[in-house]
Design a protein around this ligand. Structure first.
Ligand code: FE
Length: 202
């Protein structure tokens, strides 16, 4: 089956995301001691253990899904490299999940640039690979960029997910698998569909 033939709906999106974790989670997370699946599961697990909201947990779980957007059949093979995976991920999620989640995904790279510009202690804790990609991503934000970024109503949540992203690089951490989080994602998907239908009816 060609992935491009898959039409995703609110009934199939969660299983589809799960199949990406199952089939491709073992792929390397460049320069880090964890694979892609472990990385995202670690962030989600830490969020759950520290009592954060389902929106944050799901955002952490899916923040790097854009590395796999070839799965969604919307991007050419040349685009599936790592470039702008944050936009690609947000784009594929936005029809199913609330904007809080898609903002956390879309801005997780910008958040690193933001934190490097505003919290000196943050840059010191970044992994080597993350410092390397920071430079490719434009380095710390300028003062103007910081001012614009701070206008985002979801700023705090975006930053919370960024910290989970940075934390989810532990070679020794045990986590549940994707399916532990599946009902949580489905709840957000269903709530979002409800919101949308209320808006169109209203
Ligand atoms: Fe990440």
């Amino acid at each position: 089956m060609k992935q491009a033939d898959v039409t995703l709906t609110r009934e199939t999106i969660v299983a589809f995301l799960g199949s990406i974790f199952d089939r491709r989670g073992a792929e390397e997370y460049l320069g880090e001691p964890v694979n892609m699946g472990q990385h995202m599961l670690q962030g989600a697990t830490m969020a759950e253990q520290s009592g954060q909201s389902e929106e944050i947990i799901v955002s952490a779980l899916l923040h790097d899904i854009g590395h796999f957007t070839s799965e969604f059949g919307t991007f050419s093979m040349n685009d599936t490299e790592d470039r702008h995976h944050e936009d690609a991920g947000a784009q594929v999620l936005e029809q199913f999940l609330p904007s809080v989640v898609t903002d956390c995904v879309r801005y997780h790279v910008a958040a690193k640039r933001y934190l490097c510009a505003t919290r000196p202690e943050y840059a010191a804790r970044l992994s080597e690979a993350s410092v390397h990609s920071l430079n490719l991503q434009g380095g710390p934000m300028t003062a103007e960029e910081v001012a614009v970024f701070e206008q985002n109503p979801n700023l705090e949540k975006i930053i919370a997910v960024r910290y989970l992203d940075d934390a989810g690089k532990r070679p020794d951490m045990e986590t549940p698998d994707f399916w532990h989080f599946a009902p949580m994602i489905q709840r957000l998907v269903d709530a979002h569909a409800q919101d949308l239908s209320v808006k169109t009816q209203g």
